[in-house]
Each structure stands twice: as structure tokens, then as C-alpha cells.
Design a protein around this ligand. Structure first.
Ligand SMILES: [Zn+2]
Ligand SMILES: [Zn+2]
Length: 254
């Protein structure tokens, strides 16, 4: 199992891209602006897109992805998401005003896009990779994901603030090798972090203290221009797991 980081920033500018992880060659976890760097061949190979939530930085490239590959594919792209997230996509994105409804074309029976509502906690197996939605606590309905190849697994928080249920579920994972978790704001912005349901370093550390295992921890979704101060604040805590900054283009092999 291979995870390629297409984008891991909370925003854009100077080459930064928003959240998207490519699992092997055929599964996207979120579809932020980083998707746009893939070749047309690589885009056409994507069969499944798992969305954490409906915010634009996580779905921005989904409409362009579908439009770009439809002439190269015979099977639909399956979008897995919470029912609430699917409803937002139908109402506010694929509504013919913002973008065509790829769930209706070219034929209702054989569309380019099909939706698969997620049941949180229920594992879905895809060619040896098992994907399970994890709890999250964000300003809209949201999940994280556990990616498990049967030997090792990666937990990804998506966008979240403090969430005891997330840590409880992650602590059930016996083979956790890697944790990718957001920290969007610096400690000076803890109020903003809470109102927008994100983490800052002090809230992150409270969460890490609940973690039983010792995975490699990577920090993602840093706000552009604040990455250095956020990572300095995390380093100053001298946490034994020594979280590292997730890098755009990084490939994690499990
Ligand atoms: Zn969000
Ligand atoms: Zn986000």
C-alpha cells in the first residue's frame, strides 16, 4: 500500500495545494487542488474518491476530475461520503448551475459519477485495502479515514477539532503505523481554531496524550504562512512521538 501526498496545505499559494491523498493508483482520499498535478492517465485510473467532508478545499478538483476523464473511462467514478456530504454535492455543486450533474450523464443508468453513502465504522474492502470512516468533530458533518492493508494501517483525521471518539477508535487499531492529523492554526488562534472546529498545537497535544500506540505522526492542513510557527510550537512540547510536517509529494509506503 502506497499513499502519495498530492496536497496537504490549508490553502494555496507558492505551489501549495489543498488536501488530497492518492492511495495506490486508484483511490483518492479527498480531492483538493493537489489532484490537478496528476497526468491525464493517472486521473483516469482513479476509481474511488473518499471525501472527509464537503468543504471546498477537500472537493475543489472533483468536478474537474470527472470532466477531464469521462471520455477515457467506461466505468463510473464512485464517490464515498457521508449522506450529508453527498446532499451538499448534489445541491450545491453538481446542480447544472455550478457544474453538470455527472450522476445523470451520459445516461441515468450508466452515469460518470455514482454516490456511495458511508456508514461510519463499517469497513469497506477494495482489493486488499480496507477503508473505514473514523469520527471527526468539524463545523460540518465530517469523518477521518483508516487505511489498512491487513498488516499496517494509516489513520487520517481529516478536518477536526478535539474529538475523543476519534482517539477511542484509533486506540482500537492494533497495527497503526502512521497517523496523519491536522493542525490548522497556531496557539495564538485557539479561539479561531475552536470556532472553526480545527486544531492548534495545544489541542493536538491533548489528543496525542490519549493515544496508546506509537505511530509515526505527520501534521497536515497547516495554514499558509503559519506552518513554521505551528511546527515550532509543536516541537517546543517535546512530545515523545515527535510529530513531523507532512510534505507535498511525500510517498508513504506500508
Ligand atoms: Zn473543513
Ligand atoms: Zn480543510
Amino acid at each position: 500500500m502506497k499513499v502519495t501526498v498530492l496536497g496537504c496545505s490549508g490553502g494555496i499559494g507558492q505551489g501549495l495545494q489543498t488536501t488530497s491523498l492518492l492511495l495506490d493508483d486508484d483511490i483518492l482520499i479527498d480531492a483538493g487542488t493537489g489532484v490537478g498535478d496528476l497526468s491525464l492517465e493517472a486521473l483516469a485510473a482513479i476509481n474511488h474518491v473518499f471525501l472527509t467532508h464537503s468543504h471546498l478545499d477537500h472537493i475543489a478538483c472533483l468536478p474537474f476530475l470527472l470532466d477531464s476523464v469521462m471520455s477515457r473511462r467506461s466505468a463510473p467514478v464512485t464517490v464515498h461520503a457521508l449522506p450529508e456530504t453527498i446532499e451538499v454535492l448534489k445541491t450545491h455543486v453538481f446542480n447544472w448551475h455550478i457544474w453538470p450533474d455527472f450522476n445523470q450523464i451520459p445516461h441515468q443508468e450508466h452515469p460518470f459519477l455514482q454516490y456511495q453513502p458511508l456508514s461510519p465504522g463499517k469497513a469497506l474492502g477494495l482489493n486488499g485495502r480496507v477503508i473505514t470512516a473514523l469520527p471527526a468533530n468539524h463545523s460540518v458533518p465530517a469523518v477521518g479515514y483508516l487505511l489498512d492493508n491487513g498488516v499496517q494501517s494509516i489513520a487520517f483525521s481529516g478536518d477536526t477539532t478535539s474529538c475523543d471518539a476519534f482517539w477511542q477508535q484509533v486506540n482500537q487499531v492494533g497495527n497503526l503505523a502512521c497517523l496523519i492529523i491536522e493542525t490548522s492554526f497556531s496557539n495564538a488562534e485557539i479561539e479561531l481554531a475552536w470556532v472553526s472546529r480545527h486544531l492548534c498545537p495545544s489541542l493536538l497535544l491533548e489528543g496525542l496524550d490519549q493515544l496508546h500506540g506509537r505511530p509515526q505522526v505527520y501534521i497536515t492542513h497547516l495554514k499558509p504562512g503559519e506552518g513554521d510557527i505551528i511546527m515550532q510550537e509543536i516541537a517546543a512540547c517535546h512530545h515523545p512521538l515527535n510529530p513531523a510536517r507532512l510534505q507535498q509529494g511525500q510517498v508513504i509506503h506500508l
